[in-house]
Design a protein around this ligand. Structure first.
Ligand SMILES: [Zn+2]
Length: 67
């Protein structure tokens, strides 16, 4: 592996880690509340939560693969 590739991988890992943190914040705002509703007031899980879970899984995999 070249030095440039290692640097790119490191940058990608850092980016992925930031995305996981951002997704965690989003998911915390879209947790299940009472009456089967999301905290945002829509049925749980709402679209944001579903997309957030997918994004988090995707980037967590990149972080996990690189470490
Ligand atoms: Zn929500």
């Amino acid at each position: 592996m070249t030095m440039g590739a290692i640097r790119d991988l490191k940058a990608l890992t850092e980016y992925a880690r930031e995305q996981v943190e951002t997704a965690d914040v989003l998911l915390a705002a879209h947790e299940a509340a009472e009456l089967g509703l999301c905290r945002c007031g829509r049925p749980h899980p709402c679209d944001e939560r579903r997309q957030g879970v997918e994004r988090r899984d995707y980037y967590a995999q990149i972080v996990g693969d690189a470490s």
